[in-house]
Design a binder for this molecule. Structure first.
Ligand SMILES: Cc1ncc(C[n+]2csc(CCOP(=O)(O)OP(=O)(O)O)c2C)c(N)n1
Ligand code: SF4
Ligand code: SF4
Ligand code: SF4
Length: 727
C-alpha cells in the first residue's frame, strides 16, 4: 500500500548495545494507531504478560470496551495487560495536523512507559521538532509542540477480570464463501501472518502467477468520511465515478427484475436515456473500499438544489455495503446498451477492471489507469515500470486488476524501472508471432475437409480483419465454440491458441522518472520501432514512489530531493520530442481540466496503428497541495487554467488527410493566476520560506518557461499544414 496503508514498526530499547537483527516477537508494549486494525490484525500477538497496550481510540473508555473484539479483551485480562487509550485522531484534527497522529502517540508512549523521565522526553521531542520542521515555519513547529503536550493526555482503562473467561476468543480470519485461494493465502498475508503459511499452500503457483481481483476481498474500511448519495440532486452525469481514484463509486442500471429484487430502502432514479427505458439508475458507494478522499463530492455538479454527494462519517454508513453487494452481485452490467467510448458518462457504465488499489487516498494517477481498464481492459496487456503504478497495481497479495463477467481482464506484469518499454515491446512481438502462427493455421484450415464452410468464412474474415479489435471480438465469439467442438488437428491447434484471436490492447505504463529519465532510452527505442503500443506516462513531475526525487519532468523552482534549493533547469518536453518522429501519436492530458479530452486522447491513442504516447498530469501527495488530495481534480483544472500544464494532441493520422496533426486543446491561459497556483503547493512554497529571493526569481523563470512552451504549441497549432515549404 502507498501512504495510509498498514505499517508495523518494531523498536528495541536497552542500556546495552542491541545486536538482534530479527523483529520483535514478544513486545512489552504495543500501540495500535487505527481502531479498525483491531479486527483486521492480531494486534496483541506476543505481547508479554504484564505488558502494556495503547489504542488510538475514537471512543471514550466505556464505548471502547464495547467495541473491543473478544480476542483482544480475553488477551488483556488473561495476561494482566495495562490498557490505555487516547483519541489522537481528534487531537490531531483539533491542532490542525490532519491525520498525522504519530507525534501524539509517541508522546503518549513516553508518558505511559517512563523509559526516560517524561519531562526529559518532552524536552527532547521538542528539540527534534525544531530540527525537523524549523524550516517549515513557526506554525508547523507550534502544531507539533501541541501534539507533544496533548499526547500526555492518555486514559487508563480498567480491564474487567471476567474478560478472561471469554473462552475460545482467538483472533480469526473471516470465514465466508470467498475462493479457497483468498481464504488460505490472501487473507493470512493481509493479516500479517503470511510467515506462518506452509509452503504447500503455494502448490500449483510455483511460477509466481497470482489470481486477479484479490483486492476486492480486503474491504479495508479505513475512510473516516465516505460520500452519501442524494438522488434528488443527481443529474446522472457519472463524473463522480469517472474521477474516483479507487473505483469505489459506480453507476448501476437496474432492469425490472433487478429493481424487484433490490433492498427495499435502496433509492433509485428513473434512468435517463432511451436505451435504458423502463430501467432505474443508482449511484452506489462502496463504503468499505472508499478511501474518503472527497474528490467525488468535489466534482459533483448536482442540480439547482445543490450537490448530490456529501461526505459523512463512515461510522453510521456501514449498512450501505449491503446495497453495494446487491448491485455488484445481482445487477448485470448494461454497458452493451451504450457506446462506452463515446463520452464520459457512458464510459462509467463499463465495469472498471482496476479497482481498490493501494494508491494513496485521492491519488492523481489511478483515475487514468482505471479509465483505460474500463475501455480496453478485457483485451489489455500491461507492462508496468517500477514506481507507484507497480506498487499499487500489484503488491502481493493485493491485485486490483480484475476480470469482467465473462472472466476476461488485463494481463499485467511489472518489469524493471529501466527496461519497461522494451518489456512491453517484447509482449507485442511475442503476441504478433503467435498471431502469425494462428494465421498460418487458418490458412491451412481453408483447405481442410473437416472445417465447415461457416468456419472457413470466419477464418477469411479474421485474416482480413485481424488488427480490427471489435471485429476480432465478434469473430472470437462465434469461432471459439466451433473450434472447441471440432476434432480435426487444425482446430485443436487453433483452440490451443484461441486467446490470440482477439486483438490485444498493449499498454506500457509508468511514471515520469521512468519515462523522462531512467527508462527514456528504451521508450525512445520503442516509439522509434513503429510498433503498435500505447504508452501511458502518469506525470507527477517527481519520483513519487521513492519519496520525491527530481526528474527531468520537475519544473524550475520546484523543491525535490536532489533539488533542495529548487530545480534550476527547465522541464523536458517529452511529448514534443516524440512528435519529431512524425509517426507517433502523442497527447498531453489532464482529467480534471478537460474530462472529454482525456477520453478522446486515450481512444485515439488506442485506435492509432502505431506507437502512442500519453502524458497525464497527476497530482500527488508529494506536491503538498494546500487544498489536499480531495481537490486533486480541481488542481489539474487550475494547472491548465493558469498555463502551468497544457493540453494537446498530435495525431499523425490527420496528416495523411492533409490536416495539421497538432491540435492545441488548452484555452489561452490566464497567466495572472500562474504565481498563485505555485503558491498553493508546498513543493513551491517551501522554497519561498527557505530562499525567498531565489524563489521569486525561479518562480518567474517557471512562468517564462511555461509561456515559452505554450507559444511553441500555439505556433505548431497555427501552422498551415500541407502548404509547400518555400526555400
Ligand atoms: C534502475 C533503478 N533505479 C532506481 C530504482 C528505484 N526506484 C523504484 S521506483 C522509483 C521512482 C519511480 O518514479 P516515477 O517513474 O516518477 O513513478 P511514480 O512513482 O512517480 O509513479 C525509483 C527511483 C529502481 N527500481 N531501478
Ligand atoms: S471519496 Fe474518494 S475514494 Fe471515496 S468514492 Fe469518492 S472519490 Fe472514491
Ligand atoms: S457527479 Fe453528482 S450529479 Fe453526477 S452522477 Fe455523480 S452524484 Fe450524480
Ligand atoms: S502518485 Fe503520489 S498520490 Fe499516487 S500513490 Fe504515488 S505517492 Fe501516492
Amino acid at each position: 500500500k502507498k501512504s495510509g496503508g498498514f505499517t508495523c514498526s518494531h523498536l528495541r530499547f536497552g542500556d546495552a548495545p542491541i545486536r538482534s537483527t530479527y523483529l520483535v516477537n514478544t513486545p512489552d508494549f504495543v500501540a495500535c494507531h487505527v481502531a479498525a486494525y483491531l479486527r483486521l490484525y492480531d494486534v496483541t500477538r506476543g505481547l508479554k504478560k504484564n505488558g502494556t497496550f495503547l489504542l488510538n481510540s475514537p471512543w471514550d473508555a466505556e464505548e471502547t470496551k464495547k467495541h473491543l473484539p473478544d480476542n483482544v479483551k480475553a488477551y488483556l485480562a488473561k495476561n494482566n495487560i495495562s490498557f490505555y487509550i487516547i483519541n489522537a485522531t481528534k487531537i490531531a484534527h483539533g491542532i490542525g495536523l490532519g491525520n498525522r497522529t504519530n507525534t501524539i502517540l509517541q508522546s503518549a508512549f513516553f508518558k505511559i512507559t517512563g523509559v526516560i523521565p517524561y519531562d526529559l522526553a518532552v524536552e527532547q521531542m521538542k528539540k527534534f521538532i525544531v530540527k525537523s520542521y524549523g524550516k517549515k515555519g513557526e506554525k508547523v513547529v507550534n502544531m507539533n509542540y501541541a501534539a507533544v503536550d496533548q499526547g500526555g493526555e492518555v486514559v487508563k482503562v480498567e480491564v474487567p477480570a471476567e474478560w478472561a473467561s471469554l473462552e475460545g476468543a482467538q483472533f480469526e480470519l473471516p470465514k465466508d464463501d470467498a475462493p479457497a485461494f483468498i481464504q488460505d493465502v490472501v487473507r493470512p498475508i493481509n493479516a500479517q501472518i503470511g510467515d506462518d503459511l506452509p509452503v504447500s499452500v503455494f502448490k500449483g503457483r510455483e511460477d509466481g502467477t497470482w489470481d486477479q481481483g484479490t483486492a476486492t476481498f480486503e474491504k479495508r474500511g479505513v475512510a473516516a468520511l465516505v460520500p452519501v448519495w442524494k438522488p434528488e440532486n443527481c443529474i446522472q452525469c457519472n463524473q463522480c465515478a469517472y474521477v474516483c481514484p479507487h473505483a469505489a463509486i459506480r453507476p448501476f442500471v437496474l432492469d425490472e427484475a433487478e429493481q424487484a429484487g433490490a433492498p427495499a430502502d435502496m433509492a433509485q432514479l428513473k434512468a435517463t436515456g432511451k436505451q435504458f427505458a423502463g430501467m432505474t439508475f443508482r449511484m452506489q458507494v462502496n463504503v468499505l473500499d472508499c478511501l474518503g478522499c472527497g474528490n467525488c463530492p468535489d466534482i459533483c455538479p448536482g442540480n439547482k438544489n445543490g450537490k448530490a454527494l456529501e461526505m459523512v462519517p463512515f461510522l453510521g454508513q456501514e449498512e450501505e455495503q449491503k446495497n453495494w453487494d446487491y448491485c455488484v452481485e445481482s445487477v448485470k452490467s448494461k454497458q452493451h446498451l451504450v457506446d462506452v467510448k463515446s463520452n464520459v458518462k457512458n464510459s462509467q457504465f463499463a465495469t472498471p477492471l482496476f479497482e481498490f488499489s493501494g494508491a494513496c487516498s485521492g491519488c492523481g494517477e489511478t483515475p487514468y489507469v482505471k479509465l483505460i481498464s474500463q475501455l480496453f481492459g478485457d483485451r489489455q496487456m500491461i507492462a508496468n515500470a517500477t514506481g507507484c503504478t507497480s506498487i499499487y497495481s500489484g503488491s502481493a497479495p493485493s491485485t486490483p486488476y480484475t476480470k469482467n463477467e465473462k472472466g476476461h481482464g488485463p494481463a499485467w506484469a511489472n518489469s524493471l524501472f529501466e527496461d519497461n518499454a522494451e518489456f512491453g515491446l517484447g509482449m507485442v512481438v511475442a503476441v504478433n508471432k503467435m498471431r502469425d502462427r494462428l494465421a498460418g493455421l487458418m490458412e491451412k484450415g481453408l483447405a481442410c475437409d473437416c472445417c465447415s464452410e461457416e468456419m472457413k468464412a470466419l477464418f477469411v474474415e479474421w485474416l482480413n480483419n485481424r488488427e480490427n479489435a471489435d471485429a476480432t471480438v465478434a469473430i472470437a465469439e462465434k469461432l471459439v465454440p466451433m473450434v472447441e467442438a471440432c476434432t480435426c488437428d487444425i482446430c485443436k491447434d487453433i483452440n490451443d491458441m484461441k486467446q490470440y484471436i482477439i486483438k490485444k490492447s498493449q499498454w506500457i505504463i509508468g511514471g515520469d522518472g521512468w519515462a523522462y529519465d531512467i527508462g527514456f532510452g528504451g521508450l525512445d527505442h520503442v516509439i522509434a520501432s513503429g510498433a503498435n503500443v500505447n504508452i501511458l506516462v502518469v506525470d507527477t513531475e517527481i519520483y513519487s514512489n521513492t519519496g520525491g526525487q527530481a526528474s527531468k519532468s520537475t519544473p524550475v523552482g520546484a523543491v525535490a530531493k536532489f533539488a533542495a534549493a529548487g530545480k534550476r533547469i527547465r522541464k523536458k518536453d517529452l511529448g514534443l520530442i516524440a512528435t519529431t518522429y512524425g509517426y507517433v501519436y502523442v497527447a498531453q492530458i489532464g482529467m480534471g481540466a478537460n474530462q472529454a479530452q482525456t477520453l478522446k486522447a486515450i481512444r485515439e491513442a488506442e485506435a492509432y496503428d502505431g506507437p502512442s504516447l500519453i502524458i497525464a498530469y497527476s497530482p500527488c501527495i508529494s506536491h503538498y497541495m494546500a487544498s489536499g488530495m480531495g481537490k486533486a481534480q480541481e488542481e489539474i483544472s487550475k494547472a491548465v487554467e493558469c498555463g502551468y500544464w497544457h493540453l494537446w494532441r498530435y495525431n499523425p493520422a490527420l496528416e495523411s488527410e492533409g490536416q495539421n496533426p497538432f491540435q492545441l486543446d488548452s484555452k489561452e491561459p490566464q497567466w495572472d493566476k500562474f504565481q498563485d497556483f505555485l503558491k498553493k503547493e508546498g513543493r513551491y512554497t517551501s522554497l519561498a520560506k527557505q530562499f525567498p529571493e531565489q524563489a521569486e526569481e525561479l518562480f518567474h523563470a517557471a512562468q517564462d518557461n511555461a509561456q515559452w512552451r505554450y507559444n511553441t504549441y500555439k505556433r505548431l497549432a497555427a501552422a498551415s499544414w500541407g502548404a509547400e515549404v518555400k526555400e
